[in-house]
Design a protein around this ligand. Structure first.
Ligand code: ASP
Length: 439
């Protein structure tokens, strides 16, 4: 029988009532066998996510040597959930043990991981499913990266034969044998790992929206729903800030050609968005799939005559950033010019000064200029490479909106065109592109 792996996010775990609807969703399809859960999220907009409460517990533990007061809020959340579900689970004993281990381990990662751990214990009980602790099956290497080989084999062995199983997301076991978390939102990655380990037919990611929208709804009015998107398109859009899904969660499933289906726990009847490997992807017919962007980049512009003929020029320039540990996002270039686009938060003033000095010494540029407050906007779609005039439409729409383009980068994939504009023009530019291609 083909197997579906389902990951339920924080809002799907927020209280007893929604966990009951999660159970209905799982019960309605016998293929939904393996479940990965997040820590309880917000119940209302001013509420605090359990993971954030746990980070506060760690802070209190470090500053006051005790976590009693901060842990009481975590306690209250889980006790209420167990009560609402009417479960026969000794949550008090589990919470006591958890609090005691948090105090003993004194580790931020361990403390933060307990939201997922407790959620999974409760959901396993509610479903009558096996509980598989991520600490025993997900492994990181010395360099902090996932140890895929060991992890996939161990996850598969732990799930083998289980009718249904629940695993906490967000964490695993570090090379030092201690609990280690992924970055925030990392339960999405855990779900993808389980899907890969069991060769799932689909990885269902249940959240609180009905999939991806073609544009940020805070910027354009009721943007169109994306029904199908390729991994590559999604990677471009989520890198640029479309954040329904953790961008690293694509990698484990992509290699195994497993599709991801984004679904809404609160509207399970909605189709959602299917994220498909290129082999299964058929374009939806629209030239552009989505538009997304990010503010606050810095552009370092370098001009030097005959730059193209100077062997190792680009290497020397990049070396100046490497020495300062600064990653470069894009490198648009011309014959005698090149620009380095860097996230501004990576460049505190002293670092920027050192980098510029190093570039001056290494390549003696004719012009070296820094432009700050740049927003990047990516227009993404497989359809763009095959349709004539897409860039003309894009640039005309931006010009008609009276926006000055400061940088253009089409990359080499023909999957996207990135434009750089002043931060102040960001929203206006996204709206102009969106209405050109979708209205
Ligand atoms: N609970 C963690 C966070 O808030 C991980 C997750 O939800 O995926 O970041």
């Amino acid at each position: 029988m083909s197997v579906k792996v389902c990951k339920f996010g924080g809002t799907s775990m927020a209280d007893g009532a929604v966990i009951k609807s999660v159970k209905n969703i799982i019960d309605s399809d016998a293929h939904r066998k393996y479940i990965v859960v997040s820590a309880p999220g917000k119940r209302y907009s001013a509420d605090i996510k359990v993971t954030d409460l746990l980070y506060k517990c760690h802070e209190q533990l470090m500053s006051e040597g005790d976590l009693k007061t901060s842990f009481s809020a975590v306690r209250a959340r889980f006790e209420a959930i167990v009560k609402e579900l009417g479960l026969d689970l000794d949550i008090k004993a589990i919470l006591d043990e958890t609090e005691e281990r948090i105090a003993r381990e004194c580790s931020e990662d361990f403390t933060a991981s307990r939201g997922e751990y407790l959620s999974a214990r409760i959901v396993a009980e509610e479903l009558g499913a096996k509980f598989v602790d991520a600490e025993q099956v997900i492994f990181f290497k010395e360099n902090g990266k996932l140890d895929g080989e060991k992890t996939y084999a161990t996850v598969a062995a732990a799930l083998n034969g289980a009718q249904r199983a629940v695993m906490p997301g967000f964490y695993g076991c570090g090379a030092d044998g201690k609990v280690k978390t992924f970055s925030r939102g990392g339960s999405d990655i855990s779900g993808a790992i389980v899907a890969r380990a069991v060769s799932a037919s689909v990885y269902e990611n249940w959240t609180d929206v009905s999939g991806f929208l073609a544009c940020d709804p805070r910027i354009a009015d009721s943007p169109r729903q994306i029904k199908r998107i390729s991994y590559k398109e999604l990677r471009e859009l989520s890198y640029m800030g479309a954040n329904v899904l953790h961008s690293d969660s694509i990698f484990p499933v992509r290699r195994a050609n497993i599709p991801i289906q984004i679904k809404n726990t609160f509207r399970p009847q909605d189709e959602g968005t299917a994220i498909l490997p290129s082999s299964r992807y058929t374009p939806s017919g629209s030239v552009v799939t989505g538009v997304a962007g990010k503010k606050n980049f810095t552009v370092i512009f370098i001009e030097k005559s005959h730059m193209n003929a100077e062997v190792g020029f680009i290497g020397k320039v990049l070396n100046a950033l490497t020495c300062e540990g600064v990653p470069v996002e894009h490198i648009p270039s011309g014959i005698d010019t090149m620009s380095l686009v860097v996230e501004s938060c990576r460049l505190p003033e002293d670092k920027l000064e050192r980098i510029l000095e190093e570039i001056r010494n290494a390549v003696e540029p004719d012009v070296l200029r820094v432009t700050e407050n740049i927003a990047l906007i990516a227009t993404v779609g497989h359809g763009m490479s095959s349709s004539v005039g897409t860039s003309a439409r894009l640039f005309k729409a931006i010009a008609d909106a009276d926006i000055n383009i400061k940088m253009i980068d089409q990359g080499s994939s023909e999957l996207n065109i990135i434009v750089g504009v002043h931060n102040d023009d960001y929203e206006k530019c996204i709206r102009a592109i969106y209405s050109e291609f979708f209205k």
